[in-house]
Structures are given as C-alpha cells and as structure tokens.
Design a protein around this ligand. Structure first.
Ligand code: B16
Ligand code: MG
Length: 214
C-alpha cells in the first residue's frame, strides 16, 4: 500500500525550477558559457555543486576550486534574490488539494529535496507547518540519483520504503526513488524518461493512484 507520500520540492510543489534556470543563465552568460533549457533539464534534482560541473562541461577554460566556489555563491545569491517575491500564489496546481486528500486519508506527507534552501522556500510559500517530516540538501551527503534523501524522509516518518510513494519532476529523482525501493510518480519533465511507476499529466491524479493502491 501507500502509507506516505514524499514530495520533491523544486518543480513539484513550487516552480522554483524556473528561478534556478534564470540564476544559472545569468552566471553562464557572464562567463560566456553556452547554457540552454536542454542542459537545464539535466540539473533538476542535482545538487548545486554538481549542477555547476554540468554547466562547466561547455566552458572553454578550466576553473579552479576557488573560482568554482565564487560561482556557486554568486548563483545562490542571484537565486535567493529571485526568491524574494515568492509567495503561496506560486504553489503549483493541485498541490494543496492533493495534500488535503492525503491528510484526510491518514497518509503521511514529507518533503525530499536536494535543495539547501528548502526551509526558506517553504516559509515563503506558507507551507512550513504542512509536512510531517522534511529531508533536504542540508541533511545529506549524496545527491539524487542516490536514494539518501528519500530514505532519510522515510526513516524520519517511520514508514518502510516499500510503502512510500515519491513524486518527482526530475529523471535523477525518479532514479533515486527506484534505487530506494520506493514507488514513484513522475510529473512534468520526468514523464519523458519513462522510468517511473506512474506518470501524471496532472498532479491531482495522484488521488486515483492512492485509491487504487490502498
Ligand atoms: P539549492 P529538488 C533541487 O531541488 C533542484 O531541482 C536542483 O535544480 C538544485 O540544484 C538543487 O535542488 C539544489 O538547490 O541550490 O537550493 O541547494 O528538485 O530536489 O527539490
Ligand atoms: Mg525537482
């Protein structure tokens, strides 16, 4: 059955994925590095430092560790500036309805995000007290497709992996859930990879999946 649903944050709960894109775009433009939405899709669910490595594949010089640190800090500053005006109006379609449905059916809800800005984002969108547990980028050493963040969420909830359903917009996140022996529902870009247990064209359809599997 499904006893808990673990939600990815960026691209599932809120469209901060677009702000990540804009922040990386400003850094890569300044450095004269080619960066587009196809490359951006490879950054979904991937940690900040690993994202930079992917972007630097297109650079025509080698960057020192120090230079990389500077770029990482610049990116996060641009990103956080873009988050200033983030509000509950940017919660994605169906999110509140699905969470209400799960809670009223005694299914636990958690966040499993690679982002170190998770607390800030949840506060901005007014969902700080919504989830039973949170596992995020500040608590892990291995990023998706490693299952660490989702396993941490399951452990914190006290629910066995096989009873967890993960919701993801990233291929790396879909793989992470499968690597953790969890079921996974893909939304958005992750549908294309065709690896998920379920593909959702609309998040609200998660309620049907829970009904059928319980
Ligand atoms: P930060 P998720 C991920 O969040 C994003 O998808 C990914 O693009 C980002 O690089 C990563 O968080 C780290 O974010 O720079 O805020 O620590 O999709 O796992 O919720
Ligand atoms: Mg995501």
């Amino acid at each position: 059955g499904i006893k808990a649903v673990i939600f990815d944050l960026d691209g599932v709960i809120v469209s901060t994925d677009e702000y990540h894109y804009k922040a990386w775009k400003s850094i890569s433009d300044k450095e004269n590095i080619n960066f587009d939405r196809t490359i951006n899709n490879r950054l979904r669910g991937v940690s900040r430092a690993e994202s930079l490595e992917i972007i630097l594949e297109k650079a025509n010089k080698e960057y020192t560790q120090e230079e990389k640190e500077v770029l990482l800090e610049e990116k996060n500053n641009v990103y956080k500036k873009l988050l200033t005006n983030l509000s509950s109006s940017e919660i994605l379609e169906g999110v509140n309805e699905v969470i209400d449905y799960l809670k009223s059916n005694n299914i636990k809800v958690a966040i499993g995000s690679s982002s170190k800005n998770t607390s800030l984002i949840l506060e901005k969108i007014g969902l700080s007290n919504t989830f039973d547990e949170i596992a995020d980028g500040t608590m892990i050493t291995k990023s998706k497709p490693d299952p660490q963040v989702f396993i941490l969420a399951a452990n914190k909830l006290g629910v066995s992996e096989k009873d967890c359903l993960v919701v993801e917009d990233a291929e790396a996140g879909v793989e992470a859930a499968l690597n953790g022996n969890m079921k996974v529902a893909a939304v958005g870009d992750a549908i294309k990879c065709n690896k998920a247990t379920f593909n959702l064209d609309k998040l609200i359809k998660l309620t049907d999946i829970v009904k059928k599997n319980n």
